[in-house]
Write a protein that binds this ligand. Structure first.
Ligand SMILES: Nc1nc2c(c(=O)[nH]1)N[C@H]1C(S)=C(S)[C@@H](COP(=O)(O)O)O[C@H]1N2
Ligand SMILES: [Mo]
Length: 370
C-alpha cells in the first residue's frame, strides 16, 4: 500500500478546500489540537520548559517501542555500517544542550484564509535540556563516504499524508548533519525521553524548525543523491499555491513572545490588570543568529520602545527579556517585536503562504487596565 486514492476513500474536512473559513474551526482541527498540545504562554517564565509543558507535534500515531529490542541502524554510503542498541549509544560521549524548538506551523491559525492543518496560535514552542551523543561521532565511526551529500533520518512512525503512505523521514545536508551541536538524544530534562517526544532516541538539530528533529529514530543513512520524500519536498515549504514548489523551510525566524500579563478571563483569554507599573516579560529567539533587540509597542505597531534583553542558557536557547510598562486605564493592545543580528524584524502584518509555515508576525495581547 503505497498510494491511496484519498478523494475516493478518505473523508474530507469542511467543503474539502485546503483552507478554513475565516472564523469557523473544523472538528478535525480540534482533534489535531488535542493530540498536539501547545506550551501555555505563561510557561515562558521557565528558562527550561518543564517536559509536560513543552509543545508536541506528532503527524501520525506515537509508536510503541520496546527499548530492549530496539536498535538503530546506520548505513547507506558508509564503509562500516553499524547497528547500535540504546546502551551502545548511552556509552558514547554525552552532551547536554538547552535547545529552543519551534514548530514551523506556529501561528498558522492566525492566517486568513487559514490552511487546514494543526491549528497553532502561538504556543508551538519550548526549550528543553537534551542529552545525547553527537551525531558527528557516529557518522565518522561509520565511515561516511565522501560521496554522501545528505543524511536521511527515518522514524518508526507511519501514516498517510497528502495521499501518500509513508514513514516520517527527513534529510539534512551533509555539512548540517556534521555540525557539532547535532545530537542523537535519549534524555529530555534529565529523564529518558517520554513516548510522545521520541523514545528511545531522536535527532535534535538546534536552530532549525522542529520538523528536522526526527523522533523515534529507526535508521540513519548517508545518501549520495538528495532525498525527495513527502516531508522534504511536498510539505515544510514556503509557497504561494499548491503548484508553486516555493522554497524549503529551514532555520527558525526571529520571534519574541510575552507572558500575557494580569489575570485572564476564562472564556476569551483576554487580560485584566491594574493601572501602574507592570513588568512585562517573555522570551525571544532566532534560528542561528543572535537576537539583537526586542521592542514593545502599545498601540498596534506604530511606536516601539526597547525592552531589556537578559540571559540565556546557552547558544541554542532563547533569551529572556523584560520591559517596565506604565499601564494606564483603558483597553490596549500590547505588541512585542524582535529583531535579529542580521536586521530581520518580525512583520506587523503576516505575509501569507499556502501551508502556513514560518509565520513570525508580532504577538498582540489585548488587555483591559482598570
Ligand atoms: N518521527 C517523527 N519525528 C518528528 C515528527 C513526527 O511527526 N514524526 N514531528 C516533527 C515536528 S513537525 C516537530 S515540530 C517536532 C516536535 O517535537 P516535540 O513533539 O518533541 O516538541 O518533532 C518533529 N519530529
Ligand atoms: Mo512542526
Amino acid at each position: 500500500m503505497n498510494r491511496i486514492d484519498v478523494a475516493q476513500h478518505l473523508p474530507t474536512v469542511g467543503d474539502g478546500s485546503p483552507f478554513g473559513a475565516a472564523r469557523q474551526f473544523h472538528k478535525e482541527e480540534l482533534q489535531l489540537a488535542f493530540r498536539n498540545r501547545g506550551m501555555p504562554l505563561e510557561a515562558l517564565r521557565y528558562p527550561v520548559t518543564p517536559t509536560g509543558l513543552h509543545y508536541l507535534l506528532i503527524h501520525f500515531d506515537i509508536p510503541y517501542v520496546d527499548a530492549n529490542t530496539w536498535q538503530l541502524t546506520v548505513g547507506g554510503v558508509v564503509s562500516k555500517p553499524m547497528t547500535l542498541t540504546l546502551d551502545d549509544i548511552r556509552q558514547r560521549p554525552a552532551v547536554t544542550l538547552p535547545v529552543t524548538m519551534e514548530c514551523a506551523g506556529n501561528g498558522r491559525a492566525l492566517l486568513e484564509p487559514r490552511p487546514i492543518s494543526q491549528p497553532w496560535m502561538l504556543e508551538a514552542i519550548g526549550t528543553a535540556e537534551w542529552t545525547g551523543t553527537p551525531l558527528r561521532g557516529i557518522l565518522e565511526d561509520a565511515g561516511i563516504d565522501s560521496s554522501a551529500v545528505e543524511v536521511l533520518f527515518t522514524g518508526l512512525d507511519r501514516g498517510i499524508q497528502g495521499g501518500e503512505v509513508q514513514e516520517y523521514q527527513r534529510s539534512l545536508h551533509r555539512d548540517e548533519a556534521l555540525r557539532d551541536e547535532v545530537l542523537l538524544a535519549y534524555a529530555m530534562n534529565g529523564a529518558p525521553l517520554e513516548p510522545q517526544h521520541g523514545f528511545p532516541l531522536r535527532l535534535i538539530v538546534s536552530g532549525w524548525y522542529g520538523m528536522t528533529s526526527v523522533k523515534w529514530l529507526d535508521r540513519i543513512e548517508a545518501i549520495g543523491t538528495p532525498f525527495h520524500g513527502y516531508q522534504q519536498d511536498a510539505t515544510y515549504r514556503s509557497s504561494q499555491s499548491k503548484e508553486d514548489p516555493g522554497r524549503p523551510v529551514t532555520l527558525m525566524k526571529v520571534r519574541a513572545l510575552m507572558i500575557p500579563p494580569g489575570i485572564v478571563d476564562f472564556l476569551t483569554r483576554s487580560r485584566v490588570l491594574e493601572a501602574g507599573m507592570v513588568t512585562l516579560r517573555g522570551r525571544a529567539w532566532a534560528g542561528r543568529t543572535d537576537v539583537a533587540r526586542v521592542d514593545i509597542g502599545s498601540d498596534s505597531g506604530t511606536t516601539w520602545s526597547p525592552a531589556s534583553i537578559g540571559t540565556r542558557m546557552g547558544a541554542h536557547a532563547w533569551y529572556e527579556w523584560t520591559f517596565d510598562w506604565r499601564a494606564v486605564p483603558g483597553r490596549q493592545t500590547l505588541c512585542v517585536r524582535a529583531t535579529d543580528a542580521a536586521g530581520n524584524v518580525q512583520p506587523v502584518d503576516q505575509p501569507w503562504n499556502y501551508q502556513g509555515m514560518e509565520n513570525n508576525m508580532v504577538q498582540r495581547v489585548d488587555v483591559l487596565v482598570v
